[in-house]
Design a protein around this ligand. Structure first.
Ligand code: ADP
Ligand code: MG
Length: 230
């Protein structure tokens, strides 16, 4: 299996006044192409910090993150922006859609930022809205959609560039169980059809147990968690 991303001895400390907190401590991790990995851990254990580092949204205190063998912290600002726009998709607990734009415009945004023409951006955004079952909501603004619909729009936006890796921070955390289940089904369909890798931070043990591998983030490092009881 081909390795897509790995962390080598990744550490993150926050230093504020005289307080220093070690959140990640020499963490090692790797994910292959088309693999789905869950990360579970208690609140404050560093899950969001880890996802931010994997997406080059923050810098580690020490260690490396390699994407296709290249250290993402050695990229220039421009290369990092390109990496985030073209190779990654982010899904957050709260959808982070732009309220003044409709669903279609929100989904087309990463393509437009990537300098795809307006016509192609709209076409691809519409095709992605169809995949998540929201083609007839394309012209609705986020405030006119349900929580589950907004999260599906956010997933469509993350996937529209056909990224190699999706980083999802509690994507079903804010949804009822039934909607959470439909989001999981959607992620799985997309993985099968698009060979997308996922790192999913979740409190949902049932969701974690259905992914390829599951880890616990405890005391700054990842340990394999046994999900066989679920
Ligand atoms: P999780 O997502 O697992 O709930 P976080 O990664 O958000 O945890 O936070 C991990 C720890 O790091 C927490 O103790 C939090 O208070 C601390 N932390 C997060 N961001 C910062 C920051 N910018 N400055 C200082 N401490 C932070
Ligand atoms: Mg978090």
């Amino acid at each position: 299996m081909e390795e897509l991303l790995s962390c080598v001895s990744l550490s993150k400390e926050y230093n504020e006044a005289e307080n220093s907190v070690t959140v990640l401590n020499k963490l090692n991790f790797a994910i292959n192409r088309a693999e789905q990995v869950a990360i579970v851990g208690s609140s404050g254990s560093g899950k969001s910090t880890l996802l931010h580092l994997l997406g080059a949204l923050d810098k580690p205190s020490e260690g490396e993150v390699l994407f296709e063998g290249k250290n993402i912290f050695e990229f220039s600002q421009r290369q990092q922006a390109q990496f985030r726009n073209q190779s990654l998709g982010f899904v957050y607990q709260f959808h982070h859609l732009l309220p003044e734009f409709n669903a279609l415009e929100n989904v087309a945004m990463p393509l437009m930022i990537g300098k795809v023409s307006i016509k192609d951006s709209n076409q691809r955004a519409m095709a992605m809205l169809e995949k998540v079952g929201l083609e007839n909501r394309a012209l609705h603004k986020p405030a006119e959609l349900s929580g589950g619909e907004r999260q599906r729009v956010a997933i469509a936006r993350a996937l529209v560039t056909e990224p190699k890796l999706i980083l999802a921070d509690e994507p079903t955390g804010n949804l009822d169980q039934k909607t959470g289940e439909s989001i999981y089904q959607l992620l799985n369909d997309l993985r099968i059809h698009m060979q997308t890798s996922f790192v999913v931070v979740t409190h949902d043990i049932k969701l974690a147990s259905r992914l390829d591998r599951s880890f616990n983030l405890v005391e700054g490092t990842l340990t394999t968690s046994d999900m066989s009881g679920f």
